[in-house]
Ligand binder design. Structure first.
Ligand SMILES: [Fe+2]
Length: 377
């Protein structure tokens, strides 16, 4: 996800205590039959703290395991290669699908023609490192990376009105640091369709996996359904849903897992940095982001010692992940997108003489998005 300015200084939803005694799957030596599948997204290893986290993962535990990386590894190609090399040293199989940060161009020493050229270079680097970017079967488990990009029309819920909201161009740095061929463009449907079409060349492999595998984990960087993001009135940047998801993804996911899903269907995503674990229409949707160091500090369970999340072990998917503040919230509360009354912690920002724009840090530092982090008072 693009860098964000707004933070949940005072998320005033009722506090929910999550267990802090979560077993650390990375450090626990478990005798298992077959590989385990770990998942993580949004590594952002341009932050030294995050690169240290990658380095600190134990090597000895994962010799037979799979790691699924759901995008936003690093902004620079150099940090990307370093990160994936470390993972490949530790895990038997590493799978990757690109996120938006991976295609940023601003700090590259090479003058890429555009972000698609950088994508080609990253995939080439993955090939050399042995990082897998195509659908594959590992010991009976199907693993399916799905290319995607967000489009504005993904957002189908009622807009917040009555406050001044920064434009997508102001709020999202992708618009300034990704470059596309003329016919494509950030936020445009054509860009989302282009990325979706990249999945076509792998679709015969996908169909083979669907025929052969009982357990299938598909994964993308962007989100496939709007219900996997809090409602607009909860967000410091209410237009966030316009720059996070692709409806084409959900179509792909349903053609893999079925319209009704199954107990052995899982989709992993990233980008919004909200931990998430929910079943929607028979498919389990999971986000397990490392996220930015400052975001981890606000989480009740941090993110240092429970990630990567062990999604599959001994022939079964894992029990629910914790912490998942927002998916827990929506498992107990209905989604009411027609209610556009700002949540109190958002209203506190918006309700002032200067207005939304002037009060929020986006004016001083316009390169990111806004979201609320799981941070109950
Ligand atoms: Fe992202």
């Amino acid at each position: 996800m693009a860098q964000c300015f707004y933070s949940a200084h005072c998320l005033s939803l009722p506090p929910r205590r999550h267990s802090v005694n979560i077993p650390n799957p990375s450090n626990k030596k478990i005798e298992t039959s077959g590989p385990r599948v770990f998942v993580v997204s949004d590594l952002h290893t341009d932050y030294p703290e995050n690169m240290s986290w990658v380095n600190s993962l134990p090597s000895h535990n994962h010799r037979k395991d799979v790691l699924v990386v759901a995008g936003d590894v690093a902004e620079t190609c150099a940090n990307f290669v370093t990160t994936m090399s470390i993972f490949k040293d530790k895990f038997q199989h590493v799978f990757f699908v690109p996120g938006n940060h991976d295609l940023w161009l601003r700090r590259e020493s090479i003058d890429y023609l555009d972000s698609l050229e950088k994508l080609d270079k990253l995939l080439e680097a993955c090939g050399k490192l042995g990082v897998e970017t195509k659908p594959s079967i590992v010991d009976g488990v199907g693993l399916i990376p799905l290319y995607s990009w967000y489009h504005e029309s993904f957002d189908e819920e009622r807009d917040i009105t009555g406050i001044r909201i920064p434009s997508l161009e102001m709020a999202c740095k992708d618009f300034h640091v990704c470059r596309w061929p003329d016919e494509l463009g950030n936020g445009k449907t054509s860009l989302a369709q282009y990325f979706d079409s990249l999945n076509d060349k792998n679709w015969n492999i996908v169909e083979d996996i669907v025929r052969k595998c009982s357990h299938i984990i598909s994964f993308s960087h962007f989100i496939p359904r709007q219900e996997l993001c809090p409602e607009k009135r909860m967000l410091f940047y209410p237009n966030l849903p316009k720059i996070i998801g692709s409806k084409y993804l959900e179509t792909r996911i349903r053609s893999i897992h079925g319209t009704e899903g199954s107990p052995s269907a899982c989709h992993v995503f990233g980008h919004t940095h909200f931990c998430w674990d929910a079943i929607l229409d028979g498919i389990r949707y999971v986000q397990a982001p490392l996220a930015y160091p400052r975001e981890r500090k606000r989480r009740m369970n941090g993110g240092e010692d429970w990630l990567p999340f062990c999604m599959y072990e001994n022939g079964n998917f894992a029990d629910s992940m914790s912490p998942c503040y927002w998916s827990d919230y929506y498992s107990a509360n209905p989604r009411t997108p027609d209610n556009t009354q700002l949540a109190p912690w958002v209203a506190r920002w918006a309700d002032n003489d200067d207005g939304y724009l002037e009060r929020t840090p986006i004016i001083r530092n316009p390169f990111g998005l806004a979201r609320v982090e799981p941070f109950p008072n």
